[in-house]
Design a protein around this ligand. Structure first.
Ligand code: 4NP
Length: 166
C-alpha cells in the first residue's frame, strides 16, 4: 500500500488489509510505504491512529519508509492511494517499475473509475474517517477477489503470495 508520506492513508490501508486477511485466514505479507520519504521512521499521523483505534485496529507500531525499486521484486501487488503516487513510483523504481503489479486501490472497489483516496493530511478529523471508509471497502473487495482463488489460479495470476502494499 503506497501513498506520499506513509503516515496518513497507506498505514491505514496496511492495518486494515492485515486485519481482514488475518480474519480470512490468508497468509499475506502486507506492508506500506511512501514516495516522498519526508517522514521516514515516523509513526502514523495521530488522527490515522485514532480512527484506526476507533475501528479496533492498532497501527501505532508502524513506521514510515520510502518505497524502493527492490519492492517491485519483493511484492506481487502494489496498490497506490492516488494517481500522483503512481507517477512518483515510476520515477523512484525506474527500470524496476512494473505496471502489471500496480493498481489504484479504489479500482478494486470501482473498477476503471480511477478514483483517488483523497489526502487527509491538510484537513481535519472527518477527512480521516472518510478515508478509512473508502479504504475499508476497497480492502473488502481485495479479500473477496483473491481469497477463493485456488493455489493453481493464484500461481497463474502471479499472486501466489499476495504481498505488499499489497
Ligand atoms: P499521506 O499524507 O500520503 O496519506 O501519508 C501525507 C502526509 C505528509 C505529506 C504529504 C502527504 N507531506 O508532504 O509531508
Amino acid at each position: 500500500m503506497v501513498c506520499l508520506g506513509n503516515i496518513c492513508r497507506s498505514p491505514l490501508a496496511e492495518g486494515i488489509l492485515k486485519e481482514k486477511a488475518a480474519k480470512a485466514g490468508l497468509q499475506w505479507t502486507i506492508e506500506s510505504a511512501g514516495t516522498n520519504g519526508y517522514h521516514d521512521g515516523d509513526a502514523p499521523h495521530h488522527l490515522s491512529q485514532k480512527v484506526a483505534k476507533l475501528n479496533g485496529i492498532d497501527i501505532c507500531s508502524q513506521r514510515s519508509r520510502k518505497i524502493t525499486p527492490e519492492d517491485f521484486n519483493t511484492f506481487d501487488k502494489i496498490y497506490a492511494m492516488s494517481s500522483d503516487v503512481i507517477d512518483e513510483m515510476k520515477w523512484i523504481a525506474r527500470k524496476k517499475y512494473d505496471a502489471s503489479k500496480v493498481e489504484l486501490l479504489m479500482n478494486e472497489l470501482k473498477p476503471g473509475k480511477n478514483l483517488d483516496v483523497p489526502d487527509p493530511w491538510y484537513g481535519p478529523e472527518p477527512g480521516y474517517h472518510a478515508v478509512y471508509k473508502m479504504i475499508d471497502e476497497a480492502c473488502d473487495a481485495i479479500v473477496n477477489k483473491y481469497r477463493n482463488l485456488s493455489a493453481e489460479a493464484l500461481a497463474k495470476a502471479d499472486t501466489k503470495n499476495l504481498r505488499g502494499f499489497t
